[in-house]
Design a protein around this ligand. Structure first.
Ligand code: SAM
Length: 286
């Protein structure tokens, strides 16, 4: 990657560039962000849409590069975001729609794209309070599922999402798209299954694991007396024995009909809103 793109300190403050060629090295670097390795190496990711970029800035995320279509140049909000990016030492690129399409891999791209520094919460810094609900996902593979779960966790008032084991990347374009901006609102942690088990013991949480073979109806679990971790299994193979056995409760969402199981994101939503229902008082529910 070009230094100019990677290190904000390496370039002059206040730089705005016009780019129309797909062969431009900065555009090549941005396109490389579709690879997890390149995203990790540079510690950055891409988010599409003016609203998302504004929300992210308001939540204190560090913008490295702002890209906008020429046609959006005159919009006051775009100007404001560009000014803020430059003031933060970021790079602003005014590009053709062809370049935007290529960078976002979409025929009808958003007019504004932001490139932000990734932010991971460390497991040791995750200290749950009594009424906290946390989602832990074992080896989630599908970016659409992960994005939907981050969005749902945000909507249900959860305090974090933990990615356990080899999971799809929280900062891929597909995941970020599916979060609809909630990736900026919910802390995301990644760890191995072993690290999760150590943390689980140390932090005194109540782990409610979901399993198709769970003996207990999910509505009867305790979501109230301690911070709760809702543990969800992998899309194909479900929860492995070591995680299921270490949980405080293994629950099942009763089903009817012919489907073997619920989709992972749907099952997580059912669990999160059940936990929320237990936490809300009657007055809160109005
Ligand atoms: N073939 C997998 C299995 O045997 O577990 C199905 C996995 S399911 C698609 C993905 C995850 O969603 C499960 O590991 C579990 O966490 C959750 N899940 C789906 N349906 C569920 C249900 N009815 N009760 C409890 N958890 C469920």
């Amino acid at each position: 990657m070009t230094d100019e793109f990677r290190k904000p300190g390496a370039r002059k403050v206040g730089q705005v560039k016009e780019v129309t060629s797909l062969a431009n090295p900065i555009i090549k670097d941005i396109k490389a962000l579709s690879n997890k390795k390149d995203r990790e190496a540079a510690g950055i990711f891409m988010a599409e849409g003016l609203k998302l970029v504004i929300d992210a800035l308001e939540l204190g995320w560090e913008i490295r590069t702002l890209i906008y279509a020429k046609a959006a140049k005159a919009k006051p909000l775009v100007e404001q975001v560009a000014t803020r990016t430059v003031a933060n030492g970021g790079l602003v690129l005014e590009v053709s729609e062809k370049v935007l399409s290529s960078v976002t891999r979409r025929d009808n791209p958003q007019m504004v794209v932001g490139i932000f520094a990734q932010r991971w919460k460390r497991l040791e810094d995750l200290v749950p309070a009594k009424d906290d609900t946390i989602v832990a996902l074992d080896r989630v593979r599908d970016p659409g599922n992960l994005g939907t779960i981050i969005r749902t966790a945000d909507a249900a008032g959860a305090s974090a999402v933990i990615l356990v084991g080899d999971c799809t990347d929280a900062f891929s374009l597909e995941t970020v798209r599916a979060t609809m901006g909630s990736v900026f609102a919910i802390p995301v942690v990644k760890c191995s299954a072993e690290e999760f088990l150590v943390w689980q013991k140390r932090s005194g949480v109540n782990v409610v694991a979901t399993h198709l073979a769970g003996a207990v109806d999910y509505r009867t679990a305790d979501y109230k007396s301690k911070p709760v971790v809702i543990l969800m299994g992998n899309e194909q193979s479900g929860l492995p024995d070591n995680l299921a056995k270490a949980a405080n409760r293994t629950v099942r969402i009763p089903q009817q009909g012919r489907a073997d199981s619920l989709n992972l994101a749907v099952a997580t939503a059912v669990m999160l809103f059940e936990a929320r229902r237990h936490l809300l008082t009657l007055e809160d529910r109005t």
